[in-house]
Design a protein around this ligand. Structure first.
Ligand code: PEP
Length: 256
């Protein structure tokens, strides 16, 4: 029997989000989405987490972080720990966003360590995976994603093996589609989402059936409906279009 996975739309603000944006955008989106049958997640920069957390208190919306330290505490200048995120009301954190991987050099092993730290702290990691244009064009999409998933699976032993994926989320974000205005077609995205679910099903079919897999990469209000209608696409990770209340709310509407 096929499970019904509740859709999630997450807005990754990246390095945007001054107090004026928080004050304008968050209440508008909260009001526009309150009767929808889906979940909404705001992912602002660290400096806006407290303010967004306050704005979403007692609403249907959640707040999450863009990354997290793999270390619990100590002399790690510039890092933010899981406990700090919990104190700010974060229920989720991205790990392995392609900008963290390509600009800041995070390896698959680094991302896996962050995934493990989040899980151990009770924060659900949203594991971002995706291939570059060069990998896609040379037919290496599945191998790339397989390596990104496998690095996480390799560290899950200490939290019950594949059970450690329970409740976690995967975001498939083809690197060539992020911030480029070039979206994967619904068929291209669905094919990779099905591949990810099949890979996880080899470890545990129940967890695979429940796993939310988000699509990210130039999602907007025009293409969201077709993407979210695909069998294995359970919502979206939205960058640019999450900074405008109308666009983000319309994308949430397309998921409900
Ligand atoms: C992202 O930052 O995760 C993203 C998908 O960005 P955009 O929607 O702007 O492509």
């Amino acid at each position: 029997m096929q499970q019904v996975r509740r859709k999630l739309v997450a807005g990754n603000w990246k390095m945007h989000g001054y107090p004026a944006l928080v004050a304008e955008l968050v209440p508008n989106v909260v009001a526009a989405t309150q009767n929808l049958n889906m979940d909404v997640l705001f992912i602002p920069p660290y400096t806006s987490l407290a303010a967004v957390s306050e704005q979403v208190k007692n609403t249907h919306c959640f707040v999450g972080a863009q990354s997290v330290s793999e270390y619990p505490e100590g002399a790690y200048t510039g890092e933010v720990s899981t406990r700090m995120l919990l104190d700010l009301g974060c229920k989720f954190t991205l790990v392995g966003h392609s900008e963290r991987r390509s600009i800041f050099g995070e390896s698959n092993a680094d991302v896996a360590a962050k995934f493990l730290a989040a899980k151990q702290a009770g924060i659900e990691p949203i594991l971002c995976v995706g291939e570059t244009l060069q990998q896609r064009e040379s037919g290496d999409t599945e191998q790339c994603i397989d390596r990104q998933l496998q690095a996480v699976v390799d560290v899950l032993d200490s939290i019950g093996g594949a059970d450690g994926l329970n409740g976690a989320i995967v975001a498939y974000e083809p690197v060539w589609a992020i911030g480029t205005g070039r979206t994967a077609s619904a068929e291209q995205a669905q094919a990779v989402h099905a591949f990810i679910r099949d890979e996880i099903a080899e470890l545990n079919s129940d967890i695979a059936e429940e796993l939310k897999i988000l699509y990210g990469g130039s999602v907007n209000e025009s293409n969201a409906g077709e993407l979210f209608a695909q069998k294995d696409i359970d919502g979206g990770l939205i960058g640019g279009s999450s900074l405008k209340a109308d666009s983000f709310s319309a994308i949430c509407q397309a998921a409900s």
